[in-house]
Design a protein around this ligand. Structure first.
Ligand code: SF4
Ligand code: SF4
Length: 243
């Protein structure tokens, strides 16, 4: 794969890279790149905004701080971590991307992600769709009753909410109860047939966390704590994240 050229200008010190190294255990392994290109070959964001993960890493290492902290490419990375998986040195490029996002003023970060994060902060569901706990409970109970009646082999299936002492605390992408409620059912069926003891929470049930993708650590932590507290309050043993 041909790599687009890197135009070097400005300072050579890697202030940005050094800052990221400070927060990684033992400084991470960001200097170990072999430039093999495996990361770029499987990255869904390769070629967008004239960037790919290998190029981004090299620009970070070369001290091109202004470029790496302003390129819109960081918002095109899906955080899928495929690059780490294929990298022979297991270099954590998404960590660099995340920290580059964090250098953007919050009001200049992508509106769609920002609005979804802010919506989740406004309701105890953590729902980026703004779905209130009562609405979630209503939809779950309604869909469950429909399937229990229509499919007698699942007449005993359950979809508990706030069941104290359940083993698994399950969360749910909040788009499904709003736009595709039937999509919740296959997992209920699997859990039912496997005899799993699980529950949703009426609070903190939404699985998505756009504040993470926004690189807003404070809000990300808040959303996570709301879910974790509900799981703890119910006495659940395992947090089962479906996202
Ligand atoms: S985490 Fe980002 S850089 Fe890595 S493969 Fe996925 S999209 Fe590409
Ligand atoms: S896969 Fe790893 S070693 Fe290879 S170019 Fe990408 S970051 Fe460097």
């Amino acid at each position: 794969m041909a790599e687009s050229s890197i135009k070097i200008k400005g300072k050579k010190e890697s202030f940005f890279m050094d800052k990221v190294k400070e927060i990684l255990p033992e400084g991470g392994n960001l200097n170990l790149c072999l430039t093999c290109g495996a990361c770029a070959s499987g990255c869904p964001a390769t070629g967008l905004a004239d960037m790919d993960p290998r190029k981004f890493l090299r620009m970070c290492a070369m001290g091109m701080d202004e470029e790496v902290t302003t390129t819109p490419w960081v918002w095109m990375c899906t955080m899928c971590q495929r690059c780490i998986y294929v990298c022979p040195m297991k270099i954590d490029i998404p960590q660099l991307v995340f920290n580059a996002r964090g250098t953007w003023p919050r009001d200049q970060r992508p509106k769609g992600i920002r609005d979804s994060c802010d919506m989740a902060l406004r309701n105890p569901s953590n729902s980026a769709m703004g779905t209130a706990p009562d609405d979630f409970v209503f939809v779950v109970e309604d869909v469950l009753a429909e399937y229990q009646e229509a499919q007698p082999e699942f007449a005993d299936m359950v979809a508990p909410i706030d069941k104290e002492g359940a083993h698994f605390f399950l969360n749910q992408n909040s788009r499904e109860p709003v736009t595709e409620p039937d999509e919740m059912v296959p997992l209920w069926k699997i859990l039912h047939l496997a005899g799993v003891d699980w529950t949703y929470g009426s609070k903190g049930w939404a699985a998505e966390n756009y504040c993470l993708f926004l690189a807003d650590n404070q809000c990300w932590e808040h959303v996570t704590r709301v879910s974790a507290k509900q799981a703890d309050d119910l006495g659940c043993k395992v947090f089962l994240n479906t996202e």
